[in-house]
Write a protein of this length. Structure first.
Lengths: 376, 376
């Protein structure tokens, strides 16, 4: 086998060696002081990335498990207003349908959320709002703070999926009034896939559902985490916790503000390349919405066949993402999350330039150079 | 730090280097041929350890997640008869209470199950039976085949927790009529903690619940696994899958029959030591029940203080388990699962002999020698 392809996806992303090496060691007992300290380190640093002083737990399960935990523990039986302008907003809606009366507030994917329609749902009695902060399926960043204010005005719980923003973009859960916030390990945290984390406000605890699932019962997580030695209620994915701890320490060492600025620079570089090429970014913005800080979605130029295009890039050892569902064949997406930097971005953009040229696209200008100017 | 303590627990257990090393490599995309092949290897070999030709899925979550998946997908709204003679039987009952009308068929922990009471529940209309095959909390092995026959007679689904027997003891899911069977990664499979697997019979699929959870929705697992390239519905814990594949390959290389015989020898060695010492094994058996093949539960001799006793052993770098809940301070448990062998067992028994002597216990004979005779 050649080396692993470079993953320029909206997750999973390349994992630094130090993080991966943390998983090799011999098994340890997860009911003991050492594991407790690992868990505590993760919680301490993740709280900073969430911008929260609320309780926070690490779940042995993907971001989807954490999304479900949010809805299942605090939304059972409620009317849940689900904001959707992409695939993960849709997923939140699907989850909400299993636990409450789900009301979708849908915009075309990649276009601004309909805050007036949300307010209508809230006025009609929705007790929970779900938002995907950074919608990777469309490359759009949604106005979390504004939605938090609306939720608060109508006394609804505010659930925010920060899976692909936390660790790579500004997130201020407490300041925004986000009651329940989730992240996944394999995105901007640059840890291996398989873990997620969730924070819970006092206001949410007061509304804890009576009927809760078992494995994702956050009351059990709370009890185990508050023991003298921090624990999880059921057997955790120990190697992944060890890796997440290292990934968190790397964030602390880099400094969260520096890390976010670096992510901003990376996505700006990619957007400048797209614009130099004369291609169109996919999202349609208004004053409230912004381009994602961690993934760039671009319209595939007329006549370019997606699988041939991405196949050519993959042959050069780089994976970028296509569109999902009805966006398949219409857009391509470049993730710039975690531990990636100039070499990976410049390599990726060069490969894209080459693949587009091979497909007969006449580009307006030199995207790689435009990116280098941002990164240099 | 000194090296990690030797874990002689009923899980987690020491993980062979080859298995741990599989986790170090760079992240790969979980929507791709390579991951699909990894998943397929796990499924192929796990099916053999389960004794099943049914569909089998690997879940990114602990054994408890798989237990919940069993009940939540197939037991919603049913009357569920939960056999309990230890802590994990009790856990099954707790899970069942969240999804159906749970009826516990309880025996004192470590004593035979009450099959007459089970038959009564079945005659009264229970549509599902849950059984913990190997109850590690008490060191007892329950008569799965007999329970399978009873379930079949009354047309109830049979859910079997094989978390600590599969890979270390005879399990014949199909022959026993076990419709839904689960295993955990960190027990007899000797893989890292964090994964579980579940098999589902055709009979169970026909009774799939309408209301299912999201992350643990087995219909979604089924759909993703049957794609051209095997996938999981949501992001899997990739490093743990890579490790599990190596652990499964090790089982295949050793040969399942050889591996089970080795486990039998290991637990026999420990039981012979206990009996040479003149101590009492904890389980009370009848003709249907047997001592566990993977964990030995022994009564703490009169006057021995549990934490001082296990503390002394831990000082020698070895972790054995105490009792759980009301068995705390009354028993100690030695796991002999996975990749352990004579050095670990003889070392552990020597440490126990020493710790008991230090606590003033006068042992009847030489347990270490008795064990060596089995292992040698």
């Amino acid at each position: 086998m050649e080396k692993e392809p470079l993953l320029m996806l909206p997750g999973p992303v390349p994992v630094p060696e130090r993080v991966r090496m943390a998983m090799v060691r011999q098994a340890i007992n997860h009911r003991g002081a050492e594991f407790g300290a690992v868990y505590a380190d993760c919680v301490r640093i993740l709280k900073e990335t969430f911008g929260t002083k609320n309780e926070l737990f690490v779940i042995s399960g993907s971001g989807t498990a954490a999304m479900e935990a949010a809805v299942a523990n605090f939304g059972s039986g409620l009317t849940i207003a689900c904001l959707e302008n992409g695939k993960f907003g849709e997923r939140m809606f699907k989850i909400a349908q299993r636990y409450g009366t789900a009301r979708v507030v849908r915009s075309e994917w990649g276009t601004p959320l309909d805050l007036a329609a949300l307010e209508h749902e809230l006025a009609e009695g929705a007790g929970m709002v779900t938002l995907v902060h950074n919608e990777t399926s469309a490359g759009i960043k949604n106005p979390a703070e504004k939605i938090g204010r609306l939720a608060k005005k109508y006394d609804a719980l505010f659930v925010m999926d920060g899976i692909t923003s936390i660790g790579g973009d500004e997130v201020h859960a407490d300041a925004w009034g986000a009651d329940i916030v989730v992240v996944g390990s394999q995105k901007c945290l640059a840890a291996p896939a398989g873990l997620s984390a969730i924070s819970v406000s006092e206001r949410a605890w007061e509304r804890l559902s009576e009927r809760r699932p078992y494995y994702l019962d956050l009351a059990a997580y709370r009890k185990s985490a508050s023991a003298k030695v921090m624990e999880t209620p059921y057997t955790p994915a120990v190697p992944l916790f060890l890796a997440l701890r290292e990934a968190c320490l790397l964030i602390e060492e880099e400094g969260l503000a520096t890390r976010i600025a670096r992510h901003r620079k990376m996505s700006q570089a990619v957007r400048n390349a797209v614009s130099a090429w004369g291609l169109a970014l996919f999202p349609k913005l208004d004053g409230d919405h912004a381009y994602s800080n961690t993934v760039t979605a671009t319209r595939l130029p007329e006549g370019v066949e997606d699988s041939a295009f991405r196949g050519a890039i993959k042959k050069m050892g780089i994976e970028i993402a296509g569109g999902q569902d009805h966006l398949k064949g219409k857009i391509f997406r470049i993730g710039t999350m975690g531990a990636t930097g100039a070499p990976e971005i410049l390599g990726t953009l060069s490969a894209i330039e080459h693949a587009l040229a091979k497909q007969g696209v006449r580009l307006a200008g030199n995207g790689v150079r435009a990116a280098a100017e941002v990164l240099g």
